[in-house]
Design a protein around this ligand. Structure first.
Ligand SMILES: Cc1cc2nc3c(=O)[nH]c(=O)nc-3n(C[C@H](O)[C@H](O)[C@H](O)COP(=O)(O)OP(=O)(O)OC[C@H]3O[C@@H](n4cnc5c(N)ncnc54)[C@H](O)[C@@H]3O)c2cc1C
Length: 497
């Protein structure tokens, strides 16, 4: 059976490892960090546990599918808890709006918050459901491996149907008149690292995931997803190595033939899957002369998606004001996105997101709230500058939260800051971006980098910097799609379901 080496143990790489090992391939995965899961990383500060990275989990069926395809029962590995009223939006005028997958509850709130929108809510749900169905059918399952995939008539047809020329902001304004509510919906653009004023309305389907299918939390912490994938992959026979950095993808005659580790060890392989960030890992592992379609100039020309400034905070008590997911909005969202995307600077008054998973699962931090505080940040400059003094910026965030009645300083027990430079160094992300290239221009949104190298045969790409895009369910889909393509191409009989 063919030997497959996977470089990187993020969710995309792990999903491929499970699928291919179950199909009988000889799979070996190498991850430079001590944990598996990549950006989905466990953080422990004293008695407080946190999920770094994915705190908002949608599409649990995608994660379950990775496990169930092997014949294992997902519920033996993962317990997804639905959070019906999942996100409390706080606005500068003191008003609140809870996002929930209970449509009646949404309409009841709209009746006072935005009466005309209450009448349009069902039409809104219908339209975002339609956008989602198109994406699910035409975009999610494709692995862009050749120009033919881009030129397929069904893809062209689908593109015309998903409002590619309209911005998300414009789309939401058609259904909601209260600018505060439009602001809350606009925030969904940040889930793909983009601006609502630029990203195509197609991505309004993210609202479908949260407001129709719902938001979930993995009991015991979302890092349980990576642990479950790793356990099932090993059970299927994959070898997973941590603390092992790959230094080079070995090629011969334009064909991938294996990898070389940092200590010089060579591992032969028939196929190589790269799960590291395409824009940074590929150039560092393959000589420029061997990758004309993604040479250094082309890499440098990519606009990165946004990054994040994160503080994990353990509090000595539980604050009544906080739910599981909380958003504290700035007064001028347009200015915030201008700062992030046009000026590429930190916003003076940023919108702040807080995940407090101990609201749902107190066992994760028995002594008080475990806050994952996230502010959208520009990617690092081309020169690698952070642009801010982290301690100073942190104090600004705490001041802003205090203006909303969230007093961090008085209850602080544990604290750790993570900057875009950490995200670059720890996970190898291009300029610290969360989702690889930005999806601001329609071209970048729909034509994400392909899942196979144009220059090197038998080299495949999975993860957030490739198709179908960033976010934990999408990267898992990329891992599944690439693995299933390999199975179809290199193995005659598909594995038993
Ligand atoms: C702060 C933050 C918040 C987020 N919030 C959410 C959220 O709420 N919901 C959501 O769905 N998603 C969220 N995401 C996005 C989500 O985490 C990512 O899209 C997803 O986890 C990326 O998976 P991936 O497969 O692309 O691999 P990554 O997680 O990028 O992992 C790639 C791995 O490859 C390894 N690697 C790279 N090069 C080498 C090498 N040469 N040798 C060995 N190993 C190598 C890296 O160490 C890394 O572990 C968030 C991300 C961040 C950072």
């Amino acid at each position: 059976m063919k030997k497959i080496v996977i470089v990187g143990g993020g969710l995309g790489g792990l999903a491929s490892a499970v699928t291919l090992a179950h199909a009988g391939f000889d799979v070996e995965l190498f991850e430079k960090n001590s944990h598996l899961g990549g950006k989905l990383m466990p953080v422990e500060l004293g008695n407080y546990r946190f999920d770094f990275g994915p705190n908002t989990i949608t599409m649990p069926a995608v994660f379950n599918q990775v496990i169930s395809q092997t014949g294992e029962k997902p519920q033996d590995h993962l317990n997804f808890i639905p959070l019906q009223s999942h996100t409390r939006n706080h606005f500068p005028d003191g008003s609140l709006f809870d996002f929930t997958s209970d449509q009646n509850q949404m309409i009841q709130q709209l009746k006072t918050f935005d009466p005309s929108a209450a009448d349009k809510y069902q039409a809104f749900i219908k339209e975002i459901s339609r956008l989602y169905r198109y994406s699910e059918r035409y975009f999610f399952p494709v692995t862009f491996q050749s120009w033919r995939d881009y030129l397929s008539p069904s893809l062209g047809f689908a593109l015309l149907k998903v409002r590619p020329a309209e911005s998300m902001h414009h789309f939401f304004q058609r259904y909601f008149t209260n600018p505060l509510l439009v602001q809350a919906f606009d925030r969904y653009a940040t889930y793909i690292g983009s601006s609502p004023y630029k990203a195509p309305a197609t991505f309004s389907m993210i609202a479908y995931l949260e407001l129709v299918e719902g938001v979930y939390y993995t009991k015991g912490g979302n890092t349980g997803i990576a642990n479950a994938f790793a356990a099932v992959a090993r059970k299927c026979g994959a070898q997973l190595h941590t603390n092992t950095e790959v230094k080079r993808i070995v090629t011969n005659g334009g064909k991938a033939q294996g990898i070389e580790l940092a200590d010089g060890t060579r591992i032969r392989a028939d196929l190589v899957i790269l799960n590291g960030d395409l824009l940074s890992a590929f150039p560092s592992l393959v000589a420029e002369s061997e990758r004309p379609s993604l040479n250094d100039a082309k890499v440098a020309a990519f606009e990165p998606s946004i990054s994040a400034f994160v503080i994990t905070v353990g509090l000595s008590e539980r604050l009544d004001v906080l739910k599981h997911h909380n958003v504290f909005f700035s007064t001028d969202y347009r200015q915030e996105f201008h700062d992030l995307f046009d000026a590429s600077i930190y916003s003076n008054e940023p919108t702040v997101y807080i995940s407090n998973s101990s609201y749902t699962d107190p066992s994760i931090s028995p002594d008080g709230d475990n806050l994952f505080i996230l502010v959208n940040a520009p990617a690092l400059t081309k020169e690698g500058d952070l642009q801010i003094e982290p301690e100073v910026y942190k104090e600004r965030i705490y001041d802003f939260l205090l203006s909303y009645g969230v007093d961090i300083r008085s209850h602080l027990a544990e604290e750790k800051i993570f900057t875009p430079a950490f995200i670059r160094d720890k996970f190898g992300s291009f300029r610290g971006a969360l989702y690889g290239p930005s999806s601001n221009r329609p071209k970048d949104a729909f034509l994400r980098p392909p899942n196979a190298s144009r220059d090197i045969r038998n080299l495949f790409f999975v993860g957030g910097s490739t198709h179908p895009g960033g976010g934990s369910p999408m990267v898992v889909l990329s891992g599944l799609n690439v693995a299933n393509n390999i199975i179809a191409k290199f193995k005659k009989t598909p594995p038993s379901q």
